[in-house]
Design a protein. Structure first.
Length: 202
């Protein structure tokens, strides 16, 4: 995504939005499987760049209370009972390390005016949270991007599944807050906004 010409943002995941396998479970590729043709990874990135998705910022806090976050488009629902979602994060991510330690994270769904926040958390600047307005959610105490997110969820980590260079993080949702706004989208390596077609006249 931002800062790199890939189809995803800070996660680096080559997906426009991770989707679970049969039965809602995430499929784990065989670690011994052959890599395939040399050009397949590039072709796969091109494929997934053609799948526009919404944009979120995954946030958490370290044991010290320091906030961490990154921009992510690899977000999907898993099941309604119990309410569970998943995100895909790079193995080397500091946000993932803090998330593992705390056992909690939040997803901030960005509205169309939240593009700057998406760019901030897609980069590596050390003062990311100084560039946005945020507060700690209640009762979880996780970073909520109050100016840039029009929907928000607190999650308890329900499972971690390594897949290649990434980790699929399953989160059981504990708190949800939603407002009405226009979602920020990302696809074909550029930002856009949701533009629904007008409803037909009766």
């Amino acid at each position: 995504m931002v800062g790199a010409p890939g189809p995803d943002l800070a996660t680096g995941a080559p997906t426009g939005g991770h989707r679970p396998g049969p039965g809602g479970a995430s499929a784990r590729p065989d670690a011994e499987a052959p890599p395939g043709p040399p050009g397949l990874p590039t072709a796969f990135r091109e494929l997934m760049s053609r799948f526009p998705t919404g944009v979120c910022v995954v946030t958490t806090v370290a044991a010290s209370g320091e906030p961490f976050g990154l921009t992510c488009t690899s977000l999907s629902s898993v099941t309604l009972r119990p309410p569970t979602l998943l995100v895909c994060l790079q193995q080397r991510s500091r946000t993932l390390a803090a998330l593992r330690a705390s056992g909690r994270f939040a997803v901030n769904l960005l509205h169309a005016r939240g593009r700057q926040a998406a760019q901030v958390f897609a980069g590596s600047r050390p003062d990311q949270f100084a560039a946005v307005r945020w507060r700690r959610s209640e009762p979880a105490g996780l970073p909520w991007l109050v100016d840039d997110a029009f929907a928000y969820a607190d999650c308890d980590v329900a499972g971690l599944q390594p897949v290649g260079e990434h980790v699929v993080v399953f989160g059981q949702v504990t708190t949800v807050a939603c407002d009405t706004d226009v979602p920020l989208l990302y696809g074909l390596r550029q930002f856009s906004s949701w533009q629904p077609e007008p409803s037909p006249l009766p």
